[in-house]
Every structure is written in C-alpha cells, then in structure tokens.
Ligand binder design. Structure first.
Ligand code: GTP
Ligand code: MG
Length: 654
C-alpha cells in the first residue's frame, strides 16, 4: 500500500486473513495492509499496528499514488478508510484526489460534518454551504415549525393525521424534556396560522391565564384511552450528551486515537434535531419580541451555530433590529424627508438596557415555557438569561451582537475547512471540562471560545498550515463579503470553495499530542495569540493570557483568566503530552485494565506536587476505570485480543 519495503513482512501481516483475501495488498511491496474502519470485519480488526520507529518517507509521499491503483475495490469495502502503517507511527491519511475516488456521495465521507474524512481532504459532496445560507434556511424552517407538549401516551399516526388537516407536515420528531414534546415542521407557513386558529386558550378552573397565541401548544386527548397500555410510546430523540461511562466505553472500543477523537465528536456534537430545536426556540422567543419590534429577528450565535457546540451547551441569541434601523430603500421625491418620532437616550448601552429590560419582563410574564428570567443589565455585555423549560436550553439573550455573529461565522468556516478541526477542538474542550479548566459559571477560568481559538491558532502554526490565517481569508473575500461593524473590519471570504485545501496530512493523534506540547511550553508571559496573522506577538498588556479578539483587535478575549487558571492549564497540558508520549515510547498497547489514548487523558488528575510518573500510575490504576473496562469486556462490547506477550494486537483496546 503506502509503504516502502522495510524487511520481511510481519508475522501478523502474513498470517492475517485479510492478507490472504487480497482485500488490501500493497501495490508497491505487497507487504502491508489497510485498516478499514466503519464496516469492520473480524479479520480486519486484527490489523491494528503499533508505532515502530519513524515514518518512512515513502509512506508519506507515495501513499495516494499507490492507492489509486486499487481504489475501486477499496471503495466497495466501506466508506471510511483509515490506514495505519505497521512499520511507522503514522496512520496514513488519504489525499484529496484519492479520497474523492473512494467515496460515494451521501456516504459518511461525503458528510458535510466531515467526521470521517481523511485529514486534509476536500469534501467529496457539494462544498459546505456558507454560514449565512445555513442560517437563512434554518430560520425559514423554524418559521414553519410548532412545538407541542404531548400527553404521556398517544398514537403517533392519528396525531399526524390531525395536524395534516392544516397542511402537509414535512418533518417531525419527539423528545423528552420536562414532559414529552413534538417538534412539527409544516411544508408551508400558512399551516401554522391555520393550526393557531384551531387552537383555543385553556380554561383553568382554579387559576387565571394570560391569553397569548404562540406556536407552542399543549395537546390534550378529548377521551382518555381506556387501556393506555395498548398505545405504544413514541420514539424520542436524545437531546443529552452521553454519560462519562458511555463515553469511556466508546473511547476504549475505538481502534486508534484518531478514531477516539472522531467518536467523541460524533457523540457530543449537536444532532440535526437539536439544531432544529435551537432555531425553533429562537423563533418562538422572536414571536414575543415581535410584539414590540415587529420586524426584529432573534438570531442564534455562538456554539449553537458555529459547529463547535456540544449537546447541552447554552443557547446564545441576539435581538437583531437591523431591519428596523436600516434606512428606507425608497427615495421620497420633493424637498421633504420623513423620520420616525423616537425617544432619545444618552448612549447605545442605555438603548440596549432598555430594550432588554422590556423584553425580559415580557418573557417573564408572557413567554410560554420561559422560567427563571434574570435581567443582567449592568454586565459589560447586558443580557437576559432564562431557561426555556420546554427545550431544556439555558438561554442568553443580548442585542446588537453582530461581531459575535461574525465570530460564529468565522469558527463555522474554520470547522468546515478540515475534518480534524472540530474533532481536535471537541476533544480539547472536553478534556478541559473534565479537568474543571472550564465552567458554566463566569469566573477566572478559560472559556470554550478561547480554547477553540487556541486550537485554531495551533493549526495555523503547523507546517504546512492546516488552517489559513484570518488575513489570508480576508484577502480571498470579494465585494459581497465586505463587512465593517462599528468601525471594525470583519471582512473575510464566505465561500468555502475559494479556499484551497491544506497539504498537511498529520494525524489527529499527532496533533493532539503536539497541541499539548505546544501550549505546555508556550511563552504565555510574553506572547499573545493572534489568529488574524497566525503568529504570536508581543503581549500588549500584562494579563496572564492574551488572545487577541479577531475583529475588535484591541480586545483580549481571555482577559478574565487568572494566573492560577492559566498555570493549571499549562500543567495539565504538559501532563497530557507526557502521557501520550509514554504510550508512544512503550511501543506496546497498555494492559487490559488500562484506559489508553484520549481515554487516559480524561481520567481525573492528581493534585499538583505529585510527580508525573506517579500521576500516570495512579490514573491508570483508577478503580472506577478498571471496573468500567472490566464491564465493557464482560458485555463483550469490545472484543480484544492479546497475543502471548500480553501486547495488544486487536482492534479494540479496552
Ligand atoms: P459554549 O461554552 O459552548 O457556550 O461556547 P460559546 O462559543 O457559545 O461561548 P459563549 O456562550 O461564552 O459565547 C458565545 C459567543 O460569544 C462566542 O461564540 C463568541 O462568538 C462570543 N464571545 C464569547 N466570549 C467572547 C469574548 O470574550 N469576546 C468576544 N468578542 N466575543 C466573545
Ligand atoms: Mg454559548
């Protein structure tokens, strides 16, 4: 395959069934094998190899060309392709042209999320759509959608028939929050109005109700079923992330560190349904805001939209009043100019506070499902915080947050450029969360947004770079991309197809290790992180961590981070790099009761002051992990094999 001859074929290689089946034979030396992920066959799972010395030049150089020769047969074997050289530590990525040959549209490899895409590979399907296209479509979908609180048991098909009286339903799903809910998307917006006309305001005997016609309904059964047990429950979409135990199972049954990172991404990223629910929630809040500002739009931003959100993350939204503010398109003839009568206040900040105050009140009093409304108007960025009980989202509502929306677009673009970006960022963010480096409570900790910036900066610093700098993205912009917000130039290219894919083919395993090494040794005391130029710069101020805001360049997005928190990050990064290096050096897979790779990094750390080697020993001897791993083995969910010497040779590494 991708490797030059290096001595005789390994025993395993020669012995393995895959070898004899001829499924994956090196066209150059007839000695090496491919690992096919995705549809793993029992014999193929036995083909994971451990690092043995440095990568061969041949391995990196000739891989793609060699593979092309037998691409059709490989394509037939499965959409996900992962190759690990038996002679060197590099899992072999497939270069873009080969990837294109091997993947079929609609397969996992053609997924826009790119989860299973080869490093550096261009998307094989249509290029990912631009951020604004996606947001526009989501907004339009949400406008045609309603939320229905359902009784505990009912029949799904009759409900859909009942709803279809108002127009065809294009999509629906159920989920559990505090109760059972249905999200129903109609094909036409008129159907929603028709449904609203058919609904009534409840008549409660003991309490009074504030009449409010929203798109959030309660479904009641006119006749209670006599035998509810005959009514099957509906299938619900899970809206919560997997438990730590489930995650450990997932990671320990992966076949490589690269697969671990992808598995974590798949398990935690927002599902299609969760994305729809987030946009629907914004749209429902928008209906409330529209009572005061008829042309306003509530737009989601942050991790709900930028591709880096994980199940359970908060829902950031802002009230966009641009439609109201923008000057009228039609020019009035004659010598007259008509202006609205308005109230004047001393500053933009006061405008924001007044608007948020009134919307906060409104949500509190009339917003169906909105509870725990807090008006935090004296913060640097005034906001209204509340829980949307029906969706389970913790919401932060601000106004006039166009720069943050642009930041979300930038992160979306970086995440869509290369499949390794989100996989690495999710793992780093999860690692930080596990070690309490981040918190949902505001304070001196590093934020997820800052961590994502660190990952982007690190990927810009690789050689060749995996991600372009913001200045490079700006140079690719056309006139339509021009964007200046409050004097800040926020211009960068929005069309992803104009950005050349990277030549860098490093594995996620390597990148994860190097990330920790890089930031474990970064000169935070004197340097600032700058993704606009993709290089470190002298710190303009004396705070512990300086990450330049990409658009408001005089600001530091990590100004809140204390020296103690930064040091904790650095210590843990060093420890994690050390752990990954130890695994590499051992040339052996760890014994069966040890977590490995990413799983080992997510085990609780020991207090500082304990030596690294002791930490490692303690982490791996962690009783919970042992019992977990034993239970995984007991369940048979993770087949493994150890050879006589006790080294791991099979695909699963629990
Ligand atoms: P989660 O932790 O998953 O919520 O990540 P997030 O990216 O949504 O972060 P957060 O909710 O803290 O902030 C929402 C968005 O606000 C971010 O995605 C950024 O676009 C923006 N943002 C957050 N912090 C800062 C900051 O310090 N400066 C600036 N300019 N923007 C910020
Ligand atoms: Mg957020």
């Amino acid at each position: 395959m991708l490797f030059g001859p290096r001595g005789p074929p390994s025993v395993r290689c020669a012995r393995d069934a895959v070898w004899s089946s001829g499924a994956a034979v090196c066209p150059l030396c007839a000695r090496c094998c491919l690992i096919l992920g995705g549809r793993r066959r029992p014999d193929v799972s036995a083909m994971l190899f451990r690092p043995r010395g440095p990568p061969s030049a041949h391995c990196a150089r000739a891989g793609a060309a060699g593979l092309a020769a037998f691409a059709p047969s490989m394509a037939a074997l499965g959409p996900r392709l992962l190759a690990r050289c038996p002679l060197c530590p590099h899992a072999v990525p497939l270069r873009p042209p080969i990837r294109r040959l091997l993947s079929c549209p609609g397969s996992a490899s053609a997924d826009v999320s790119g989860v299973d895409q080869a490093p550096g590979a261009a998307n094989t399907g249509p290029p990912p759509r631009s951020f604004s296209e996606v947001q526009r479509e989501r907004w339009e979908q949400a406008q045609r959608t309603v939320l229905i609180r359902c009784p505990g048991r009912f029949r799904e098909k009759p409900l859909l028939r009942f709803l279809a009286q108002h127009g065809p339903v294009s999509r629906h799903f159920f989920y559990q929050s505090v109760g059972l809910y249905a999200v129903v998307e109609f094909c036409q917006k008129e159907s929603v109005a028709s449904l609203q006309n058919a609904a009534r305001t409840p008549d409660l005997s003991t309490e009074s109700v504030i009449p409010f016609r929203s798109r959030f309904f309660t479904l009641r059964l006119k006749n209670s079923p006599s035998q509810t047990s005959e009514w099957p429950g509906v299938q619900c979409q899970d809206q919560s992330p997997p438990s730590s135990r489930k995650l450990m199972q997932l990671l320990c049954s992966a076949e490589s560190v690269d697969q671990q990172l992808h598995a974590l991404l798949r398990a935690f990223q927002l599902t299609e349904e969760n994305c729809r629910l987030r946009h629907l929630t914004c749209s429902l809040i928008g209906d409330v805001a529209a009572a005061f500002f008829p042309d306003s739009v509530i737009r989601p931003f942050g991790s709900s939209t930028n591709g880096f959100g994980k199940l359970g993350c908060d829902l950031d939204m802002f009230l966009d009043l641009d439609e109201i503010r923008k000057p009228s398109a039609s020019k009035t003839p004659g010598n007259y100019l008509l202006e609205y009568q308005v109230k004047n206040v001393p500053s933009d900040r006061v405008v924001t506070q007044k608007i948020l105050s009134v919307i906060g009140e409104c949500l509190d009093h009339f917003g169906p499902g909105c509870v725990g409304v807090q008006k935090i108007l004296n913060a640097r960025c005034p906001l209204v915080r509340f829980s949307h009980q029906a969706s389970g989202f913790q919401c932060d509502l601000t106004t006039d947050n166009r720069v943050a929306l642009k930041s979300s677009e930038l992160l979306y673009l970086y995440g869509a450029l290369d499949s390794r970006v989100r996989a690495l960022a999710f793992s780093v963010r999860h690692w930080a969360h596990t070690h309490s480096l981040t918190s949902s409570i505001p304070g001196a900790w590093i934020t997820n947004f800052s961590l994502t910036m660190l990952v982007i900066f690190f990927l810009q610093r690789r050689s060749p770079p995996i991600l372009p700098t913001l200045d490079e993205l700006k140079a690719l912009a056309d006139a339509e991309d021009d964007c200046v917000i409050k004097g800040h130039n926020c211009t960068f290219v929005s069309d992803l197809s104009r950005i050349s894919p990277t030549e860098n083919t490093e594995t996620l395993e390597l990148l994860l290790k190097e990330f920790f090494e890089y930031f474990g040794n970064f000169a935070f005391h004197k340097n600032s992180i700058n993704i606009r130029q993709g290089k470190e710069q002298n710190k303009p101020e004396s705070c512990p961590l300086h990450i330049q805001n990409p658009f408001e360049t005089s600001l530091n997005i990590s100004k809140n981070v204390s020296q103690v928190q930064l040091q904790k990050f650095v210590d843990l990064a060093r420890e994690s790099a050390w752990l990954l290096n130890q695994e590499d050096k051992s040339h052996l897979f760890p014994p069966r009761n040890q977590a490995w790779g990413l799983a080992a990094l997510l085990l609780p750390s020991l207090p500082s002051g304990v030596s690294l080697s002791k930490r490692k020993k303690n982490r791996l001897a962690n009783g919970t992990v042992k019992s977990l791993l034993d239970s995984i083995r007991g369940n048979g969910s993770a087949e493994r094999a150890t050879d006589d010497s006790g080294t791991r040779t099979a695909g699963t590494q629990a």
